[in-house]
Design a protein around this ligand. Sequence first.
Ligand code: FRU
Length: 494
Amino acid sequence: MTQTKLEKARTYEKEQGAQIPPEERPLFHVTPAVGWANDPNGFSVYKGTYHLFHQYYPYDIHWGPMHWGHLTSTDLIRWEYLPAALAPDAEYDKQGVFSGSAVELPDGRQLLMYTGVYGREDVAECFQAQCIAVGNGRDYKKYEKNPVITADRIPEDCSPKDFRDPKIWRDEEEGCYYAVMGMRTADKSGAVVLFSSQDGFSWDYVTVLDRCRKEYGSMWECPDFFELGEDGMAVLIVSPQEMQAKGMEFHNGNDVVGFLGHYDRKHHRFTREHAFAVDYGLDFYAPQTLKTPDGRRVLIGWMQAWENSHLCRKGARWQGMFTLPRELTAKDGRLIQQPVQELLNYRQNPVLHKDIPLQPQTRLPGISGRILDMTVDLWPEEGGSSDSFTVRFAENDTYCTDIVYHPQENTVCFDRTYSGFPHNIITCRKAPVRDQGGRLRLRILLDRFSAEIFVNDGEQVLSACIYTPQEAAGISFLASGAGRFDVEKYELVF
Ligand code: FRU
């Protein structure tokens, strides 16, 4: 009997995924069962369990006809693989099941909303429209009336070739559904459109929620929109293509921009008040959020830059991973991001060093490793200050990665120049940090192939992949100037 595309993917990932030894993966970051992953999709709660889907091509470590991979978790930290959820097997998605989202229906089914790509072989020339599949948390059936939203439903000019990535949510107050989609307008700039639905299947155009008039890129991918905190504060997050760099805030190419503002629910009007980088690291794109049952807004991103996503580790059988889920709050016109509190349950073997005077280079007993959660607190000595302070990790005689703080500049730089990349890729990126008179707190999460740096309790985050051999596990502190620091380090253990 011939297998369907989905059955073929499920058989393949089961056989091949089992052959990847656990030490070839990160411990607490999600990777595809086998092959390629990009964007998180369908990050949601269904029947009390967290679901994470993702863009997926199991047969290669490079992007190909998109499927949806699938995992579940009870605590956002430990994830279990489920069989692939969707394959490009219908007329309206035969060139790819692109990004989308998920929601639980009142009748107990799970609804997936995604972009179907169809038409010519050349994906850039294909049409994009929004589609639906419904299932039980494991197996899904595509809706017979797909596609449910096409670009001609938007009164203003929207390219039918760039209309994608629906993010759906249920509005409990109004008892209906909304979804935002990314699009490219006639002036070749990014915009987000809002649709509404009573049942999740039949959709009405509401408005263009925001557009950038060429200020923030040429196409807005993977939008997410949610209220945060009190007083109608709302956040719009988009992943623009072809951004132009702007100081330390934005870099060229595919970037992720957060807009914080106010949402007038009645008139569906979003007024932007602040624009900022969501992550200042070298590898971060297409984040998506969910609301936990206890009311926290949690974000997960693809920890990869498109521009060098084709440069894989030698011998790798997977490519693409996701950040640790992060809790979001808003403060002073910015997003604050903290690792989800559930991570604390996996901390073991604490090592504490207090009041260490700054020296040119310091090594501390018990401070090393490549899977850990470490917090470093720095402060200046009375009347003095540090000129620079570096946390160096994944270090041996050949390799190292540095987080460098310059108090005079109020910057933190992620520098992976010596982390072992065999390619000519970007290796440094700086984030502006708040002036606290030379005080700084860094929380550093390492997990074999990546580092996520949370600065000053999550005011800035820098995420990046490092492909450094695992035996480079040293950590040291480099400094000039007068100051002291504390270190608190935990292993992360499952
Ligand atoms: C963003 C993106 C989405 C699209 C998907 C295709 O990374 O380009 O816009 O749906 O990836 O894999």
